[in-house]
Design a protein around this ligand. Structure first.
Ligand code: BGC
Length: 802
């Protein structure tokens, strides 16, 4: 598909009283070059440029952040979350939503976001962000879903579909390879094509193909030296020609360096306003003949379609508001949904039985210890104390452009007290920001107070986490550790109590290895959004049975992470040296221990897996994305005494491939809610594409015929069954060339036997074969070692490739 041939409008424009609808083609034909160019940049920070003159009335529409809530700024616009914005529901950020592994829930969150967007007269919500978590240090990981592209794509598509079901658009961002904040506006992500295709792009591809976001936002960075905003390969060849993207590409705010090059590359709308400077550059380039006016038309048409597509919903919402005077969305219902989502994304990392003292014979000294029960769920709040300022002053979202002004805010301490109907002892233990405020005597007093509160309690809930100053848009973290004073608090509390539950608040993995032995239970609450405080209490008290799973590995040490040594790069470049081995792919390849593996998360019940089986349905091809090639079955049973949900994960390994492939990769998952004793059979269909790899030389997806191993489990390290299948795929063969090696020629299905005979019959002794295996054929011919000269080689190659 060429750039001129693209696409339908996101939605048909309507008409009627009060409607601002217009006909896109009619307007486009009437516009001057200057007017068309003016559509390609913003009017101000958040609005597209209107065109209003005799016979033409194109309104400007507002687009605004951000992924987990609306940040509509009433005044003093900025893209760093500094100015205030209208109240909106702060749903949990993506780190938490990613841990739900629940597309149906994300669809509902998306619908709610869409309702708020529409009700606030905003045409496009600037999210979701689905960049891959390459390093735990990325300051913006809280805005991203996973280290894995299948989760990012599945959940991202559900969120986009939900928002857009309300007649407003989304902006899938940041396209692409934007995996750090350091030097984000300039750095070149130096990454090979296979890694891009298999790790960094497929999440975007899945969302585009499944949900057609109205807009895609290009990233600030360069990719292999070319700015994303000026990258024709990325924005046109891959995004539109290969994936069939129909919407418009918008720049990240301030991402455009050369406007004319960007228009030519497929960047339709530049944001924010350039004050007319870049519009004039576009006009001048057309007049000078260096930019085709047809390219400007295509971009202007896409902007007009986006504007026209949003008007029916925005006009209808405005009319409804005028009629009823209502806000346009149900604040209570959205808060309840935010609470449900936060609880669903909470991951129970650890819940070990706690030894309890028992008297074995009369006398105080004769105490033995016996295995007791896990601390969670808490039977009640009786005997419970809460320690940690974060329980009272929650950290519930990250800083920067995604920062929402919440409609209300729950904190865990109040939620626990409300649920218990009584006072619960509390000690702050530390101050949250700026992290060091708790030094000297104040810090000592806070700590001592917390120890006394803990000593008097039966069970202590210790709330720990990252202060806002640690992780934010705009910069990366320096390390993975919790603030030292918080770890010191935990150690002090542990010296007086063995019954500790640690509750974490952080937007990306933190180190747990040095302290987690002090707590029999650890709950990862991520950043819970405005209802995160009550959601955590729902989980701790067992009102919600935790079913969140890690969408990112928690390594033992930062140094174990695959990007270590290549993050965040230097001198304007970051080398993606780990290639495909991102996240669990790396830890599995190295058989390295981790603190908690990808996919991990406990429940208050238990699940059994039976009958893992895989069946080949048809031959597979890399181009096949729609029909099932392999069907996987498994039966899951709730073997505990509580209702709960399990996330069943399907991993694929390709041990026979000619190229190196990760040990196993997530290709499908399903969340199943089961009553005690209930069983359900789940079926997963894998397509050719699920089995394929990107061939770096052929530059297309290929499925190599042969054996595949399908593993099914509760995490990437807790595989409960596996089945091998032999798939009829491609016989992937590279053309033989003069520089092909002797070993490659000997393995060739057509000429291989003859090359073997020639080499054996030539001057090469048997024990020399190992040495010449890697020699190019042409060198062997010249040396007279292979029983063929250059003419003989040419004949051989013709036969092989013919
Ligand atoms: C961020 C985007 C955001 C934009 C507008 C940029 O700095 O990278 O994610 O949508 O600002 O606020």
């Amino acid at each position: 598909m060429t750039i001129e041939e693209t696409a339908e409008a996101p939605a048909a424009a309507g008409s009627g009283a009060g409607s601002r609808a217009f006909d896109v083609e009619h307007v486009l034909a009437a516009l001057t070059l200057e007017e068309k160019a003016s559509l390609l940049s913003g009017l101000d920070f958040w609005t597209t440029q209107p065109v209003a003159r005799d016979g033409v009335a194109v309104p400007g529409v507002m687009v605004t952040d951000g992924p987990h809530g609306l940040r509509k700024q009433a005044e003093s616009p900025d893209h760093l979350g500094l100015g205030t914005s209208v109240p909106a529901t702060c749903f949990p950020p993506a780190a938490t939503l990613g841990s739900t592994w629940d597309p149906a829930l994300l669809r509902r969150v998306g619908e709610a976001l869409g309702r708020e967007t529409r009700a606030n007269d905003v045409a496009v919500l600037l999210g979701p962000g689905i960049n891959i978590k390459r390093s735990p240090l990325n300051g913006r990981n809280f805005e991203y879903l996973s280290e894995d592209p299948v989760i990012s794509g599945e959940l991202g598509a559900a969120l986009v579909a939900g928002v857009q079901s309300q007649g407003v658009g989304t902006s899938l961002k940041h396209f692409a390879a934007n995996n750090q904040e350091a030097d984000r506006m300039r750095v070149s992500a130096d990454v090979d094509e296979r890694t891009l295709r298999e790790i960094y792009l497929p999440g975007f591809e899945r969302v585009v193909k499944r949900a057609q976001p109205w807009t895609v936002m290009c990233s600030y960075n360069r990719i292999n030296d070319v700015y994303a905003s000026q990258n024709h390969w990325l924005l046109t060849e891959v995004l539109r020609d290969e994936w069939g993207f129909e919407g418009l590409v918008v720049s990240d705010w301030g991402a455009v360096r050369d406007r004319v090059a960007a228009v030519a590359a497929g960047l339709d709308l530049e944001m924010p306003a350039s004050g007319g400077r870049t519009d004039a550059e576009v006009v001048a380039a057309v007049r000078a003949g260096t930019l085709d006016e047809a390219v400007v038309d295509v971009a202007a048409r896409r902007v007009l379609r986006m504007v026209a597509g949003s008007l029916p919903a925005l006009d209808a919402a405005a009319a409804a508001r005028a009629g009823s005077g209502a806000e346009g969305f149900d604040v209570d219902a959205h808060h309840a949904l935010a609470r449900e989502a936060a609880a669903a994304g909470t991951v129970l990392l650890k819940n070990e039985p706690v030894a309890e003292p028992v008297e074995t014979s009369p006398g105080l000294d004769n105490l033995d210890r016996r295995e007791g029960a896990p601390l969670l769920p808490l039977a009640s709040a009786e005997g419970v104390a809460v320690v940690g300022e974060l329980a009272r002053t929650p950290r519930y979202q990250g800083a920067g452009s995604s920062q929402v002004n919440p409609t209300r805010l729950d904190d865990a301490l109040s939620a626990l007290r409300a649920a218990a109907g009584t006072d619960v002892p509390f000690a702050a233990g530390y101050t949250v920001d700026g992290a060091d405020a708790g030094s000297g005597t104040d810090a000592a007093a806070l700590l001592a107070d917390a120890v006394e509160v803990a000593r008097a309690a039966e069970t202590v809930l210790v709330f720990l986490g990252l202060p806002a100053s640690y992780e934010s848009e705009g910069f990366d973290r320096a390390h993975m550790d919790l603030p030292a004073e918080q770890v010191a608090l935990l150690e002090a509390v542990a010296s007086v109590s063995p019954r500790i539950v640690v509750v974490l608040a952080n937007g990306s993995a933190v180190s747990v290895a040095s302290w987690q032995h002090l707590a029999p239970a650890v709950v990862e609450g991520w950043l819970g959004g405005q209802a995160g405080g009550s959601a955590i209490i729902d989980v701790l008290l067992g009102a919600v049975n935790p079913a969140g799973r890690l969408a990112e590995t928690i390594p033992l040490r930062l140094q174990d992470n695959p990007s270590y040594g290549n993050f965040p790069g230097e001198l304007g470049h970051v080398r993606y040296g780990e290639g495909l081995l991102v996240g669990y792919r790396w830890y599995d390849a190295r058989q390295a221990d981790v603190a908690y593996p990808f996919g991990h998360g406990l429940s208050y019940t238990t699940f059994a897996y039976d009958g893992v089986a895989a069946e080949v349905l048809r031959p597979a091809s890399g181009a096949d994305e729609d029909t099932a090639a392999v069907r996987v079955r498994v039966t899951v049973t709730n073997t505990g005494d509580r209702r709960g949900a399990e996330v069943v994960q399907v991993y694929v390994g390709d041990p026979e491939a000619q190229v190196q492939r990760p040990e196993r990769e997530l290709k499908a998952f399903g969340k199943v809610d089961l009553a005690p004793g209930e069983s359900r059979e789940l079926t997963f269909d894998l397509t050719g594409r699920d089995l394929a790899y990107w061939h770096p030389v052929l530059r297309r997806w290929v499925v190599e015929g042969g054996e595949f191993v399908i593993s099914v489990g509760a995490s990437s390290r807790d595989l409960r069954g596996a089945a091998g299948v032999v798939v009829d795929g491609e016989d992937v063969r590279m053309p033989l060339e003069p520089l092909s090696t002797v070993a490659e020629a000997m393995a060739h299905p057509v000429v291989g036997p003859r090359v073997q005979a020639l080499v054996h019959g030539g001057a090469v002794a048997e024990d020399m074969l190992g040495m010449i295996g890697d020699m190019p054929l042409t060198v062997v011919a010249d040396f007279g070692m292979g029983g063929f000269d250059r003419d003989g080689l040419a004949a051989l190659l013709a036969e092989a490739n013919g």
